[in-house]
Design a protein around this ligand. Sequence first.
Ligand code: G5P
Ligand code: MG
Length: 216
Amino acid sequence: MKLIILGPPGVGKGTQTQRLCAEFGMTHISTGDILREAIKNGTKLGEQANAFMTKGELVPDAVMLGIIEEKLFGKQAQASYILDGFPRTITQAEGLEKLFKLHDVRIDVILLLDAEVRQIIDRLSARRTCRNCNAVYNLMTNPPKQAGRCDTCGGDLFQRNDDKAETITKRLDVYTRQTEPLVDFYRKSGNLRVIPATGTPDEVFQNIKKELIGGK
Ligand code: G5P
Ligand code: MG
């Protein structure tokens, strides 16, 4: 199975993808996590990406398409995965379609998570992420048992530097201008499923499962 999870920054794409991957044994491919890892490791890609990410802007399409081609069709390619944070522009979506055509594969479902802007800002402002395993917490609604420590691996929790108020506003604007047009793009394919994402993570997970497997 191959899925794309789509939606604005902070709507819960990472949270739901981690749950889906744990339950259905799929691979989580987050382009944001790949870029943050590159920054942490001080690679050339990291250096290039950092300038865009800190400002809340998108990394150029050609760079992202190169990363995704290697990830999906390179030596470590997986058969079953969820794309979280990719594609993010029409150019990326068209590039992805070309790659799929070339390799004779297709996306099964595109999930669009839908929530209010106010909720999204609240979620992002209180988010903390594990430096080690990328587990996602929320100081208001899903705090770690011990402050600053990941419940799963004991790693350090940190606040992403693009989760500051002014960068959040910029990212939401970039989403509206550059990523939201993908909703129409994928609606035409007939595989788009809109998921209400206004409740708790558990409720949203149930909404997704209902769409995917008629959920229990
Ligand atoms: P990312 O890393 O892809 P975004 O902006 O797409 O970043 P982000 O911020 O990672 O998305 P998310 O994954 O949708 O948000 O949300 P999350 O982390 O799961 O949850 C956010 C908070 O809400 C958490 O505290 C969580 O506990 C809480 N929460 C989650 N779900 C729920 C719920 O259902 N209910 C409640 N109450 N709370 C919930 O990209 C970062 C940057 O990398 C570059 C760009 O610069 C981008 O800005 N980049 C790319 N550039 C170009 N092309 C690409 N394809 C790129 N991919 C990355
Ligand atoms: Mg994320």
